[in-house]
Design a protein around this ligand. Structure first.
Ligand SMILES: Cc1ncc(COP(=O)(O)O)c(C=O)c1O
Length: 414
C-alpha cells in the first residue's frame, strides 16, 4: 500500500493555517517538524490527568508513571532496544550528550584517542572536544569526501588506532543530507575495541533506527524532529550504562534508566514522544489489526522513505535546473537511497539569507546559515560566506509544495 500524504496532512492542524490568506509551506523540517493532533492530545491528557511527580502513593502519580512507562515502551520499539531500561529521556540531544560525556570521560585516560566526524552537527562534536580538553585526550578526525559528500570506505580505518576509545558519528548530516552506513562503521569501531556514540537526530524522521542491527553503544535522537514535542532520548547498551558512573543527586535511584535521568522530567513531553511513535506505527497499520508496533513501524518507514525519495529527487532536479545554484550534497538520482530529503544549496550570486528571506515573504519556511553544522560548512568552504539555504522535506510535504518553492526561488531577482 502506498503512503497517502493527503490523509497524513489532515492529522496536522498547523498545516492548514494561513497567514492573511496565504498558505504556509513548511520546509524548515530539519530544524523541527510540526505535530499531529494525537501528540497534542496525549500531552494534554498527561497534563490534565496525570500531572504529578513519579513515585507517590496517589492516583495522579500512578497515571504520570503510566504515561512515562508507555512512552518508554514505545521508544524501545522505535529504536529496537532489547530493554526499556536502556531508554533515557532528557531535554534535548545536546544536553543528554553533554551529560553522558562526563560519565564516559571517567573511563578515559590522558593520551587515549577519540575520533570525531567532520560531517556532524556540533552537538556530536563540541561535547567531545570539551571532554578531550578536560581529560587530555587526543582527537582524530573522520573526514568526509567533499566531492562525494560521503566517507570514503577506508576513511575510518585511517582514523582508528590502538588507542581509540570512542568514535562519534551521525546517522545523517543536517547539512548535506548524506546517510551513513552506521552498521558498517560500528562494526569497525567495535572490532577496534572502541565505543561508538551515534547521533541519529537527522536520520530518525526518515530511516527507522535499529540499535541492535547497527551495533552501536550509545545513540541519541530528538522527538521534535520526528513529529513529537521538544524532548529527546538517549539509548545506551545496558552493560555499559551499568558500568558508567552517573552524575546524579544522591536520593535519585541507582537503577537504570533513572540513574541517568537528572532531576524532574517533562512527563508531558515524554508522553508526546510515545504519541509521535504511535503516529508512525499507525502509518504502518492499525493497532490491533495484526503486527506488533515494531513491525508496523518497519512497514511505515518503508512507505515513507519511498515517498520522500520522490520529493528529494524532484527538489534536487529542480534546483539543479536553476542557473547559479549548486546543491551541496548527493544529487545522483540513482543514489537517493544514500541521503535524506534535507537538501542544501548555495547560489553563485545570492546570499543564503537573501533567498531564505525572499521565500519567507511568500510564506515558505526554510533555513539559511550553517545550522550548527560548523565542521561540514568549514570543510565545504562555505562557513564564512553564509552557509547554505536548507530545504528539508518530510512526508507531509507535497509535490505541489516543492514545485511552488522551486518557482519562488527562480523568481528571486538578481
Ligand atoms: C544532526 C543533529 N544533531 C544534533 C542536533 C541537536 O539536537 P537538540 O536540539 O535536540 O540538542 C541537531 C539539531 O538540529 C541535529 O540536526
Amino acid at each position: 500500500m502506498a503512503f497517502d500524504p493527503i490523509a497524513a496532512r489532515a492529522q496536522f492542524p498547523s498545516l492548514a493555517v494561513a497567514d492573511k490568506g496565504v498558505r504556509r509551506i513548511y520546509l524548515d523540517n530539519p530544524a523541527g517538524t510540526q505535530v499531529p493532533l494525537s501528540v497534542v492530545q496525549r500531552m494534554s491528557d498527561c497534563l490534565l490527568h496525570g500531572n504529578a511527580n513519579l513515585g507517590g502513593f496517589f492516583r495522579t502519580s500512578d497515571l504520570a508513571a503510566e504515561f512515562v512507562d508507555d512512552a518508554r515502551a514505545a521508544s524501545a520499539d522505535f529504536l529496537n532496544a532489547s530493554s526499556v531500561d536502556e531508554i533515557i529521556f532528557g531535554q534535548n540531544m545536546t544536553t543528554l550528550t553533554l551529560h553522558l560525556s562526563r560519565s564516559i570521560g571517567r573511563h578515559l585516560n590522558a593520551g587515549d584517542e577519540i575520533v570525531l566526524s567532520n560531517m556532524d552537527h556540533d552537538a556530536n562534536i563540541a561535547p567531545w572536544l570539551l571532554l578531550a580538553r578536560d581529560h587530555g585526550l587526543n582527537v582524530r578526525w573522520l573526514k568526509f569526501n567533499t566531492e562525494s559528500f560521503e566517507f570514503d570506505t577506508d576513511a575510518l580505518d585511517k582514523a582508528l588506532t590502538e588507542r581509540t576509545k570512542l568514535v562519534c558519528v551521525g546517522g545523517a548530516s543536517n547539512m548535506t543530507g548524506t546517510l551513513n552506513d552506521l552498521k558498517g562503521l560500528c562494526t569497525k569501531i567495535r572490532a577496534a575495541g572502541a565505543w561508538s556514540f551515534v547521533d541519529v537526530v537527522q536520520s530518525a524522521p526518515h530511516v527507522l533506527v535499529d540499535v541492535q542491527d547497527i551495533g552501536c553503544d550509545f545513540l541519541a535522537c530528538s522527538a521534535y524532529k520526528f513529529f513529537g514535542p521538544h524532548q529527546s532520548m538517549l539509548w545506551g547498551r545496558r552493560d555499559i550504562l551499568q558500568q558508567l558512573e552517573p552524575y546524579k543527586v544522591r536520593p535519585a535511584p541507582e537503577e537504570l534508566p533513572w540513574r541517568f535521568e537528572a532531576g524532574t522530567q517533562s512527563h508531558e513531553g515524554i508522553a508526546g514522544i510515545g504519541a509521535a511513535i504511535d503516529y508512525f506505527a499507525d502509518i504502518g497499520g492499525t493497532a490491533g489489526a495484526g503486527g506488533d508496533r515494531r513491525q508496523r513501524l518497519v512497514t511505515a518507514f518503508g512507505r515513507l522513505f519511498a515517498y520522500e525519495k520522490l520529493l528529494a529527487g524532484q527538489l534536487i532536479a529542480g534546483l539543479q535546473a536553476i542557473p547559479g545554484i549548486t546543491v551541496q550534497g548527493i544529487t545522483d538520482r540513482n543514489a537517493l537511497d544514500r541521503r535524506v530529503p534535507t537538501v542544501s544549496f548555495t547560489h553563485a550570486r545570492k546570499h543564503p539569507d537573501t533567498i531564505a528571506k525572499a521565500l519567507a515573504e511568500r510564506n515558505i519556511f526554510v533555513w539559511s546559515g550553517h545550522n550548527y553544522a560548523v565542521e561540514p560548512a568549514k570543510a565545504l568552504g562555505i562557513y564564512d560566506t553564509g552557509g547554505v539555504v536548507r530545504i528539508g522535506a518530510v512526508h507531509y510535504n507535497t509535490v505541489a509544495e516543492i514545485d511552488e518553492t522551486l518557482a519562488a526561488i527562480e523568481a528571486i531577482p538578481g
